[in-house]
Ligand binder design. Sequence first.
Ligand code: ZN
Ligand code: ZN
Length: 376
Amino acid sequence: MKASAKPIRARAAVVRELGKPFRLEDIEVAPPRDDEVRVRIVAAGICHTDLVVRDGFNVPVPVVLGHEGAGIVESVGSRVKNAKVGDHVVLSYNSCGICTACRLGLPSACEQLIPNNFSGVRPLDGSSPLSCNGSMLYGNFFGQSSFATYAVAHERNTVVVDKNLPLELLGPLGCGIQTGAGTVVNALRFRKGQSIAIFGAGAVGLAGLLAAVAIGASKAFVIEINPERAKLALSLGATQVINPRETPDLLVALREASDGGVNHALDSTGRPQLMDTAIQALRPGGLLGIIGVPPPDGVLSLKLMDLLMRGVGVKSVLEGDSDPQIFIPQMLRWYQEGRFPFDKLIGKFPFEQINEACRASEVGKVIKPLLIMPEA
Ligand SMILES: [Zn+2]
Ligand SMILES: [Zn+2]
């Protein structure tokens, strides 16, 4: 199918000034280039990174954010092979496709990850498919900018999904859910019968829990202070939730509960003190996967001999070390088998309530806010 040649009108949530709320505006979305697809967004998840960027991460403004889009392909560029008009798609993070990491199937280690996801432009020529009254709007956020009724994405970060699936719910698989679940599956290489401790029960931590349960964890401990989230974690299969504020010594409690330690751990809190505890709670051969955003000057106090004697390690993980073209279909197979109920993390909001949705997420009222787009 050929790309339609015309720009299309869309409603978008624009950040004109960092630190300020999103503003809904009418914008224009250019037709896709040869290797791009234009997608009518049906729904888009809000991820923590959207909030971090809105509040001042180094991206140019005015910009359209959003990086958990799901929708229907409206037009495709002439060189696109893996998607056609009418396909249902989930949009994920983008990567260059030509560096060594990409060629080895490790796109989360792409050497051009930052320009392809955070520069606000197409890295090759500095252009953007988005404009407003004739002036350029920065876009291409995570190769999509899906806080809009239409988005331009790339062949590499567009994953075609089964039309029988509830498309509206699938966007969060593109980042937050993929990050948590992928860390357990791809980075920790978690095996059936192993135990895990998950620090923080937000969307990413709970996605990690879902993956550990789907694989067949012997025990899955969750460390969380919010009672609502604790309840949800238990309903999703956590063995026990430990509240560190009500526990005099978290390490002792964790070791006791796990008969001496856990095989692996995942931190989604970014708190160095909890990560120290997580490392000490690891059994020999264990790995701590770090996905929480730490304070800029955060440090870990690692005793190297202690790491060596137990053969344990620490790994920072981006996007769950996942190749979206492989891992999103894997999560969907689990979901269809009833083993991966990620939909239980989702709270829906109409697109117009994007600022309310962000607030609900920030105060912990909703785990994974999902914006439902108006019919285009
Ligand atoms: Zn690359
Ligand atoms: Zn994200």
